[in-house]
Design a protein around this ligand. Structure first.
Ligand SMILES: [Zn+2]
Length: 216
């Protein structure tokens, strides 16, 4: 079983990826990890990647594709991958398709955690951390009160609203890049939409039932 997980920044994709890995024994593939691993192992490719990154340049699709091919050809991970944050554009999706077939594997399902823009902003900007005890609250979804928090409210630390524009930009970029990829998988009947605004456990229950429906 190979899974692709999509979701905009702030949708809780990382949390769900960890749960999927744990419950289904999958191996998580993120391009960031692959790049860091290559650099750490001091390979020729790793040195090339490092010099590109040191110059502040973007890593090309070709290099990313080479790294993904390496994972797909590794028997250790045969048919038990979860792709997190990849593919990032339609070209990468087409390339993945090609190599998945080449190594006699398939994508079992594509999970898209859907959240609306307003909620993402509230989730990220409403986040409050208590600098005294470390508890995390959200002024919109889970506000601190004397029922759930015993410290003085002065300890609650909130990110500045200046971040709103950055968050919106990241969200728009995600939508623009991701919608064509989702269409690509929809045509192959692999796409499942999941309400990313639900509770963490509810989201995971939904994911579990989708996976169960695939295996029968
Ligand atoms: Zn506290």
């Amino acid at each position: 079983m190979n899974i692709i997980l999509f979701g905009p920044p702030g949708a809780g994709k990382g949390t769900q990826a960890i749960k999927i890995v744990k419950n289904f024994g999958l191996h998580k593939v993120s391009t960031g990890d692959l790049l860091r691993e290559e650099i750490k192992n001091n390979t020729d490719l790793g040195n090339k990647i490092k010099s590109i990154m040191d110059k502040g340049l973007l890593i090309s699709d070709n290099i990313i594709n080479d790294l993904i091919t390496k994972v797909l050809s590794d028997k250790k991970f045969y048919n038990r991958l979860i792709f997190d944050g990849y593919p990032r554009n339609l070209e990468q999706a087409i390339n993945l398709d090609l190599h998945i077939k080449k190594y006699k594997q398939k994508i079992s399902c594509v999970l898209s955690l859907d959240v609306d823009k307003e909620s993402i902003i509230k989730r990220i900007l409403g986040r409050q951390t208590c600098t005294n005890c470390g508890l995390i609250f959200n002024e919109y979804f889970c506000p601190a009160s004397n029922k759930n928090h015993s410290c003085d409210p002065k300890f609650l630390n909130k990110r500045s609203d200046d971040n709103e524009k950055t968050i919106l930009n990241r969200f728009e970029t995600y939508l623009n890049k991701t919608l064509p990829i989702l269409d690509f998988y929809k045509e192959q009947n692999l796409l499942y939409h999941i309400n990313g605004m639900a509770e963490i456990d509810q989201i995971f229950d939904k994911i579990r039932s989708i996976i169960a429906s695939l295996e029968t």
